[in-house]
Design a protein around this ligand. Structure first.
Ligand SMILES: *Cc1c(COP(=O)(O)O)cnc(C)c1O
Length: 402
């Protein structure tokens, strides 16, 4: 049977809501694009976004910044990371994560991941003891949450400060608690391919006043920190303001204006992503050759992408699988390729950090595949995509469990 070729784009996001377009036009008409350029008594769009995001995230403070990567760099620095400090992070994550550690002069210590794509907590405990690292930049990579209760136990027991990279988990929860609210800080991205789209952008959340005051000055607040929507009290800055460098990574009112209506629609978007994810997952689970990561009941995830493994797949077979899917118009990323394509999530292509031996992670990446599920795909589209994957896996005749 020949199936219809899939013809939609895997990188096409829905348009910005009309309300956001109107708000953006109003900002442009006002001429006041800079976040600190306010008419007397006016709350800027960035201030309003910070207030609304803090409320949505259930945190005391929120700082809007220029990107998710900047949110992580600022968080690491504000948490006290100094050049030469070791910072633990997932061996499987996206390049801006080790990049943020490198940007503050830290030394990334990569921690093995499990078959379910989360940080291996046994390995973490061993790594903490061995490396003496006191910081963990925890990446909830591809939307998978590790056992956050256990992770925080380990962190607290060893005095490790946790900063969460929530680029793929905006709206995800562990035992009902939102990702980003376990550690000292949560870092979010509003770059086009994440859960809200302002082209570029980031949000940093925390309940810690002193941390947030430092982060605010680092983000480039000059001495205008009173023009923040969800920042700490002005006196928090007294001991910090002249000791903290300005690193200019602000968000502007235009981006905030287009994000605010998206935040109001976020719950709806999450439900739509999960309907797509569940449909594809249910179909892929029909193949005995495909293994989906286990999703524990404590985890509430946001299914904006799906990962699956084909255990035992050989290199040539994986290449054939990708090629066949590409012919069918299905863009599937394979993490076992020896050269990075499009984006890098393989620690072996981060030559700026010391090479580390990670056999467990390498074995998982060798048979790991990934597909985006943008909201411009209908449920019918998702069914077609899953069927193409099933056909392709079948066609290369994977030796199941052999
Ligand atoms: C996209 C992404 C980031 C950083 O986001 P930018 O806004 O592009 O800097 C961080 N971590 C992960 C896992 C990401 O995918």
């Amino acid at each position: 049977m020949t199936r219809a070729r899939f013809s939609k784009s895997f990188t096409q996001q829905p348009p910005i809501p009309e309300e956001g377009i109107e708000a953006a036009v109003a900002v442009m008409r006002s001429g006041r694009l800079h976040r600190y350029n306010r008419a007397p008594g006016e709350a800027s769009e960035v201030m309003k976004l910070e207030r609304e995001y803090a409320q949505w995230q259930g945190t005391r403070y929120c700082l809007a910044v220029a990107s998710g990567g900047q949110a992580m760099q600022i968080a690491l620095r504000a948490a006290g990371v100094k050049p030469g400090d070791r910072v633990l992070t997932n061996a499987f994550t996206l390049a801006p994560v080790p990049g943020a550690i490198a940007a503050v002069g830290g030394e990334p210590v990569l921690v093995e991941i499990t078959e379910d794509l989360v940080l291996d907590l046994e390995a973490l405990a061993a790594n903490v003891a061995q490396s003496g690292a006191r910081y963990l930049l925890l990446s909830h990579m591809r939307g998978h949450l590790c056992d956050m209760d256990r992770l925080m136990e380990i962190a607290i027991a060893h005095g490790v400060t946790v900063i969460e990279d929530c680029a793929h988990t905006m709206g995800a929860r562990w035992n009902g608690r939102l990702s980003g609210s376990f550690g000292l800080a949560g870092c979010f991205s509003t770059q086009t391919y994440k859960h809200m789209n302002s082209g570029e952008g980031g949000l940093l959340t925390s309940d810690n006043a002193e941390f947030m005051a430092r982060a605010t000055i680092l983000s480039g607040s000059y001495m205008l920190y009173e023009s923040h929507g969800a920042g700490p009290a002005p006196e928090t800055y007294d001991a910090i303001r002249l000791e903290t460098p300005n690193m200019s990574a602000r968000m502007d009112n235009l981006r905030a204006a287009i994000l605010r209506p998206q935040l109001r629609q976020l719950e709806q978007g999450i439900a739509a992503w999960n309907a797509r994810y569940d449909l594809v997952a249910e179909r892929l689970a029909r193949s005995p050759a495909i293994r989906l990561p286990h999703r524990p009941p404590a985890e509430f995830h946001v299914g904006s992408s799906i990962q699956f493994r084909v255990p035992g797949i050989a290199l040539a077979e994986a290449q054939a699988l990708i090629a066949r899917l590409a012919e069918a118009g299905v863009e599937v990323k394979w993490f076992g390729a020896d050269k990075p394509k499009g984006f890098t999530s393989d620690h072996r292509s981060w030559h700026y950090i010391a090479a580390q031996d990670l056999p467990q992670t390498d074995a998982v990446l060798a048979d790991l595949f990934d597909m985006r599920l943008p909201l411009t795909f209908s449920l019918e589209d998702c069914a077609l995509l899953a069927d193409h994957i099933l056909d392709a896996v079948e066609s290369i005749r994977i030796r199941v469990g052999a």
